[in-house]
Design a protein around this ligand. Structure first.
Ligand SMILES: Nc1ncnc2c1ncn2[C@@H]1O[C@H](COP(=O)(O)OP(=O)(O)OP(=O)(O)O)[C@@H](O)[C@H]1O
Length: 260
């Protein structure tokens, strides 16, 4: 087997003078080209795990390797520029235009302005935003869904191999969320990205990801394809995986009006 692109090796992170173990001895490999969803309750350590991968958080124990290198030996700025990061709110700079927001990393990397402008237009096309209508607008002039599209474009601006997403579509209405999830999945495939996406939505995880990692109280309690997880003996994993099915059943009855 080829070596994984991202490898958490007994990664541990504590906060509050060791009173909270946010990530507890997590070992997990993510292969190049894989789409991994991370699910789990609030406070289970998902965001901490994600941020360990781009060195926004440094582990207290264990190691994180990216592209076969222990990232504690890699320049954090260079590492972060090579890994796209999308957060729930979009994380756009409010005083900067959409074009400047998307082009910020290439600009910091010293890429010439003409090249950046062309790249911004290419990225606007990629995330299906009209170039002329959006390039010079400010984030507050966009809808939530459009802002998230810009967030994805910005994450892709420096042509990363890896994209980390923290509840990227969580604040959107269900239709926009569905559409953006599908569009991102297509981008993930065509650009041959490796994606780790945190989501609270098990349906989204099953629909989008190749594999799902389940976190609970800082520990990784299961990781596998939806089919593998559905065979799990763990009660929590079963409950999580059963949620979409239970909801679908309830909806079917409610819509049919049979009162179940
Ligand atoms: N900077 C910090 N300082 C102190 N405690 C922290 C810090 N960051 C996270 N924690 C704690 O670590 C635990 C895991 O937090 P984390 O944000 O990783 O969980 P999460 O699964 O992403 O939660 P959510 O789904 O609510 O975003 C929580 O108990 C949280 O309070």
């Amino acid at each position: 087997m080829t070596s994984p692109l991202i490898s958490f090796r007994h990664a541990t992170k504590r906060f509050d003078n060791d009173r909270v173990t946010a990530v507890d001895d997590v070992s997990l490999d993510v292969a190049a080209g894989e789409f991994l969803a991370v699910v789990g309750g609030s406070g289970s350590g998902k965001t901490t795990l994600l941020r360990l991968a781009n060195r926004l958080i440094v582990p207290d124990g264990g190691e994180v390797h990216v592209a076969a290198k222990n990232i504690s030996n890699v320049d954090p700025i260079a590492l972060r520029r090579s890994i796209g990061y999308v957060v729930q709110s979009g994380g756009l700079f409010p005083h900067m235009t959409i074009a400047d927001n998307i082009g910020i990393t290439p600009r910091l990397m010293g890429i010439p302005a003409g090249e950046i402008a062309a790249r911004v237009d290419e990225l606007l096309d990629l995330v299906q935003l009209d170039r002329t209508a959006h390039r010079d607008r400010y984030p507050h002039e966009l809808s939530g869904g459009q802002r998230q599209r810009v967030g994805v474009a910005r994450a892709l601006a420096a042509k990363p191999e890896i994209v980390l997403m923290d509840e990227p579509f969580g604040a959107l209405d269900p239709l926009t969320r569905d559409a953006l999830g599908d569009e991102y999945q297509a981008l993930h495939r065509t650009l041959k990205l490796t994606t780790i996406m945190i989501t609270h939505d098990m349906t989204e995880a099953i629909l989008l990801a190749d594999r799902i990692a389940v976190m609970k109280s800082g520990r990784l309690i299961a990781a596998g394809t939806p089919a593998e997880l559905s065979a799990s003996k763990d009660a929590y994993v079963n409950e999580l995986l059963g949620t979409p099915r239970r909801q679908a059943e309830r909806l079917k009855h409610l819509i049919a009006g049979d009162g179940a």
